[in-house]
Ligand binder design. Structure first.
Ligand code: NAP
Length: 271
């Protein structure tokens, strides 16, 4: 069984590939020209934006784990191009050259509405305004209507294994003026990899699944954990549900977290 991973040079993909290599899984990684080859995978040069480059990446694979995306930029055109057009190209390549392959796509918990009245659930109607979540919802729709064997993982804020992601939060908070009580559903890299493994068994086929741990955490707490406290605020948070995801569907599939809270990650030294 060969698995194609896109986004293998990214925060999530590089850690996933290392874990899969340690477990003896045969992985290919789609790598853009000039980029470093991720450890633990056979590189296949290609670019989501160049449809013709994807045939050799998908041919012969039994599963595709599509992590590649653009979202750490203010350039909305780049975001839409990579996340929607790039995903469309990958879907077309899979339909043409690997129609039996299981197609697992990473999406985001940011798709849920800011005025939600409960933690975001997979069946909620969503109306994201920002380019990143809107492009992910559009890509989700393409995949759901593709006729492929799909599953969609809506990831919470991923952190851990030295990825530096949590440490970036205080600067983001200052830049975007986030309220210190703004809450994030989190998930450790270790559990993301285990969820992808589970998705590859087929139990998530045809489903959207929220991927998050047991303890939504405030920005204030996250910043304190990485040693860069943010200013407290006496102003109430507009909507305390914003940013929270409901993880019960994942639990219902039998998944057990190995890192249920960020505090456990701190104790174990795996931030
Ligand atoms: N990290 C999180 O907290 C988080 C939370 C929710 C959802 N997610 C989702 O999880 C996935 C992985 O996130 P991440 O944090 O690992 O992202 P990341 O660190 O920004 O990595 C993005 C990856 O996408 C690749 N990529 C971008 N455009 C491409 C293109 N045109 N062709 C081929 N590859 C391309 C990049 O390759 P280059 O090295 O060539 O640029 C890189 O490997 C994304 O789908 C994201 O939406 C992440």
């Amino acid at each position: 069984m060969t698995i194609l991973v896109t986004g293998g040079t990214g925060l999530v993909g590089s850690r996933l590939l290392r874990r899969f290599a340690d477990a003896g899984v045969d992985c290919r990684a789609l790598v853009r020209p000039g980029k470093d080859v991720p450890a633990g995978a056979t590189p296949v040069e290609g670019d989501l934006l160049h449809a013709d480059s994807l045939k050799q990446a998908v041919e012969g694979v039994s599963a595709i784990v599509h992590l590649a995306a653009v979202f750490r930029t203010q350039n909305e055109d780049d975001i839409w191009r990579a996340n929607l057009d790039g995903t469309k190209n990958l879907i077309a390549a899979a339909k043409a050259h690997a129609p039996q392959a299981r197609f697992v796509m990473a999406s985001t918990g940011l798709v849920y509405d800011a005025d939600a009245s409960h933690p975001g659930r997979e069946e909620d109607a969503t109306h994201p305004k920002l380019a990143y979540p809107a492009s992910k919802i559009a890509a989700e729709k393409e995949l759901r209507n593709s006729g492929l064997n799909w599953s969609i993982l809506r990831l919470g804020f991923v952190y851990g294994d030295g990825d530096g992601h949590l440490a970036a939060v205080p600067a983001l908070a200052t830049r975007f003026k986030w309220h210190p009580a703004r809450t994030f559903s989190l998930v450790h890299q270790r559990d993301v990899a285990r969820v992808v493994e589970l998705a590859l068994t087929g139990v998530m086929d045809g489903r959207i699944v929220n991927i998050c741990d047991d303890a939504p955490t405030t920005l204030y707490e996250m910043a304190s954990l990485v040693g860069s406290p943010v200013e407290p605020s006496a102003e109430p948070l507009t909507n305390p549900w914003m940013g929270r995801m409901d993880g019960s569907r994942l639990r219902g599939l039998g998944f057990q977290l190995t890192v249920p809270t960020v505090y456990q990650a701190v104790q174990q030294g795996i931030l």
